[in-house]
Write a protein that binds this ligand. Structure first.
Ligand code: HEC
Ligand code: HEC
Length: 339
């Protein structure tokens, strides 16, 4: 077994992993609640079975349906290729096993993902297959051992057949990456509630909470995004004042030799090139976790060799500026773009 040499002693950027304290030795991920259609303690049946719809959809679902990750709902079938059994129910080898879930339960049927998971839509087929293999082979896991959904992801990758990896990669690659967030430079932001290991939820209306060097990614409409799992409901991203210009300098010019211009490999528009993934307009929390995980050595698949010289001299503050700028890039419009 090879020992991975960590390249950073900097503490985890907590905002990206959605925690308020650093992990302690021995910390592990709390197991996720397996999907089921059983009522949970505290559920009000009237509420759980009430039927809902969302703007622009002809479907109706209850809260029981929206949270059933073993049989994923589909508000907008026209936004993506036909959902496969893999997307809806999870890998065949785990069918009927407690804890199996459809890929779309976390990544959404349109592959746009959420801050706490990943945005696989529009990524190259070859890249996605490699990532699934890296996760299966233990070459890619979270630098924060408490992150609850990463072990689930790795378990699903390990359960997938080669055919299912191909199928998933083709499904996601067929969906163009479109705008998914609004980036705002701010000193003060509305009061946030941190759902630990998950995401920030906006609870205030006035800007009163100091951003204090974080990036805070939060649903524009919590009810739509979380309760109804509306996959067209976008995100607000608060970034530090000045971070966009500093990030642009590093991304576009390499910061006078501090790093390498990202466009050389990721494409001039940073939307991906060949087997190299797109990095523009995607979740900054996700992107930050990737850069930090690569630096820490917990994401260490073969493709990461090309990223090593890019991250060597970057500290957490540089990476924060970089992912702020990347998030602010608006991808070319497509028919299902958010307004
Ligand atoms: C429980 C939620 C969950 C489910 C279900 C899930 N994933 Fe993931 N997925 C994640 C998380 C978490 C990550 C990694 C995020 C990180 O590194 O911070 C991830 C990452 C990925 C990536 C890497 C994306 C990239 O840009 O590198 C791919 C590809 C992926 N998942 C595909 C799948 C497929 C295919 C399935 C269904 C078999 C699936 N996922 C099911 C949570 C989930
Ligand atoms: C020499 C080529 C090269 C350069 C230059 C480069 N990258 Fe990468 N990047 C890659 C490759 C290859 C991968 C895929 C790694 C893997 O397979 O795990 C990648 C992956 C990433 C990822 C993870 C994407 C995901 O979906 O998980 C991020 C984030 C990233 N790069 C950011 C950057 C930034 C920011 C810059 C510029 C400062 C940059 N890269 C410059 C080659 C490069």
């Amino acid at each position: 077994m090879s020992v991975i040499q960590a390249q950073t002693d900097e503490p985890i950027p907590l905002w990206a992993y959605a925690w308020s304290t650093q992990p302690q030795p021995g910390d592990t991920a709390r197991p996720q609640i397996p999907p089921s259609r059983d009522l949970r303690p505290g559920d009000d049946p009237d509420e759980i079975y009430e039927m809902w719809t969302v703007e622009g959809s002809s479907a109706t679902y209850s809260r029981m349906d929206t949270r059933d990750g073993g049989n994923v709902i589909d508000w907008f079938p026209g936004d993506h290729p036909p959902m496969t059994d893999l997307m809806r129910h999870g890998p065949e080898s785990l069918r009927g096993v407690v804890g199996n879930r459809g890929c779309a339960s976390c990544h959404l049927p349109n592959g746009k993902g959420r801050p706490e998971n990943a945005p696989p839509a529009g990524q190259p087929v070859e890249y996605t297959i490699q990532q699934l293999k890296d996760m299966r082979d233990g070459l890619r896991y979270s630098a924060d051992p408490r992150k609850p959904n990463s072990p689930t992801m790795n378990l699903l990758a390990a359960a997938m057949s080669d055919e299912e990896m191909q199928e998933a990669a083709e499904y996601f690659a067929a969906i163009p990456w479109t705008r998914w967030m609004y980036v705002i430079e701010a000193e003060l932001i509305p009061e946030m509630h941190l759902e630990e290991g998950n995401m920030y939820v906006t609870v205030g209306t006035e800007a009163t909470e100091p951003l204090a060097g974080r990036i805070v990614e939060t649903p524009v409409d919590e009810h739509q995004a979380n309760y109804l799992r509306n996959p067209r409901s976008p995100w607000n991203v608060y970034v530090p004042v000045g971070s966009l210009a500093k990030g642009e300098e590093l991304v576009v010019n390499g910061g006078e030799g501090k790093t390498i211009q990202c466009g050389i490999c990721h494409g001039a528009d940073l939307m991906g090139l060949g087997a190299v993934p797109g990095i523009a307009g995607r979740s900054p929390s996700y992107m930050m976790r990737q850069l930090y995980d690569m630096k820490k050595g917990t994401r260490n698949g073969t493709g990461v060799a090309l990223m090593k010289p890019v991250i060597t001299n970057l500290n957490v503050e540089d990476m924060t500026n970089i992912v702020a700028y990347l998030a602010s890039i608006v991808p070319p419009p497509a028919p299902n773009d958010v307004q």
